[in-house]
Write a new protein. Structure first.
Length: 418
């Protein structure tokens, strides 16, 4: 059974990056064959996004340029992350004209959850009617087409979006608890289900589990023992149960903590996400120093790609209070190395607790006072330059690498903060 039923909308922007490029050019993405891919990288470059028209030709959004049939004529444009972030903010601001910030959860740059339960009487509409109104307003303001899944909880709204909405004439699909045995349980192959990746699917296939309903062949205790907490979630989700809610995910950080999270533009791996972690550690450490604060508790979390779902969050107590970015980074990296799985990464979070005024330095016995003082002076100089000339005026060399996001985020006044 589904508990605490709500009216949840999961709204996704259709072919987001490619559609943004078309809108900026006054083109219709449903009739324009366009590919977003860096022209400087040749035919071996990955297609970051393609328009619905290209998908009609059978061209996937994550292929290689050389794989596109030669008989297809199309536009190839370079990605513009500044544009995509700008358009995403326009969409989010549109959502906020309908619901409060506490009832919205931004899941990725092109996808958000809205809890409209308490707004239906206000707008005198049912959930489908309100979804249509919101989607029409997004189209009017931004030129972007959206799709929507509706459900009594976040899980069913998301699965309705992924499985059915894109095939619906109005791009809307609503699932209720009555659809669990007829729709949810019939999802096959398993990796079509939100939260189940290919590796998990392979493990389940060896148990004779081919579609979601087959998960009920075994009790929840079996999955808990075999897969841990993820196994328990697997069984619950297979039965349409999801007790999480948007308000809990949006609890504001208390004044005694600092936190920030970044939803990434693409899937990152263990090999290239370190640059993101270092940039975020640098930025949050700078916030400490600017406010003359120090921390002695570092929390770090990873969210996997939305096709996989899940992730982890853990914290680590420091030996002494600090606002040094290297110390914060090393703590994040320690947690990362101990809990990371080889899965595509789409979200990175850092939080700092036990915040105190930077009135004194409690040096670790193994640290040299002169070295710490020298490091503090260097940080002060860097902070002063950035304050006077802008955050992009002084950057690490790694910020010039392709996987870096710091320049874009600085130009938009920082990343996602909580």
């Amino acid at each position: 059974m589904v508990n605490s039923e709500r009216h949840i909308l999961c709204i996704d922007l259709k072919s987001f990056f490619a559609s943004c490029e078309c809108v900026e050019r006054g083109l219709d993405p449903f009739t324009t064959p366009l590919v977003v891919s860096d022209p400087d990288r040749g035919d071996g470059a990955i297609t970051l996004a393609v328009t619905p028209k290209m998908k009609e030709y059978g061209v996937p959004s994550r292929g290689r340029i050389f794989e596109i049939p030669k008989n297809i004529k199309y536009m190839r444009v370079a990605p513009r992350m500044n544009l995509y972030v700008k358009k995403s903010k326009e969409v989010i601001n549109t959502f906020l004209d309908f619901v409060s910030k506490e009832d919205m959860h931004v899941y990725s740059i092109d996808e958000s959850f809205l809890d409209v339960t308490d707004y239906l009487d206000l707008y005198k509409l049912d959930d489908i009617g309100l979804a249509k109104k919101i989607m029409a307003e997004v189209k009017k303001r931004t030129g972007l087409t959206s799709t929507c899944g509706i459900g009594p909880n976040l899980l069913l709204a998301k699965v309705a979006l992924d499985v059915e909405s894109k095939h619906s004439p109005d791009f809307i699909a609503k699932w209720t608890k009555d659809d669990i045995p007829t729709k949810l349980w019939n999802i096959e192959p398993l990796d079509e289900m939100w939260g189940i990746g290919k590796k998990t699917m392979e493990k389940l296939n060896t148990l004779g589990i081919k579609k979601v309903g087959d998960i009920n062949k075994y009790p929840i205790s079996f999955y808990r023992k075999r897969f841990g907490i993820l196994g328990e979630e697997l069984w619950l989700h297979a039965n349409g149960i999801d007790n999480s809610n948007i308000k809990e995910q949006n609890v504001s950080s208390k004044s005694t903590s600092y936190s920030m999270s970044q939803i990434l533009f693409k899937d990152y791996s263990i090999l290239n996400v370190e640059i993101i972690i270092r940039e975020m550690a640098s930025k949050i450490a700078k916030r400490l120093r600017m406010n003359k604060k120090v921390t002695s508790l570092v929390g770090f979390g990873i969210g996997y790609s939305r096709s996989i779902g899940g992730g982890f969050y853990h914290s680590r107590k420091l030996d002494s209070s600090t606002n040094d970015e290297n110390t914060i980074f090393e703590s994040c990296k320690y947690i990362f190395n101990n809990y990371i799985e080889d899965l595509p990464i789409r979200k990175v979070s850092i939080s700092l607790g036990k915040i105190e005024n930077d009135n004194y330095k409690q040096l670790n016995l193994f640290e040299e006072a002169e070295k710490v003082e020298e490091n503090n002076k260097m940080n002060d100089v860097i902070d002063d330059i950035a304050k006077r000339f802008g955050d992009n005026s002084i950057l690490k060399a790694s910020s010039l690498l392709e996987d870096s996001t710091i320049r874009v985020r600085n130009s938009l006044r920082g990343g996602h903060k909580k």
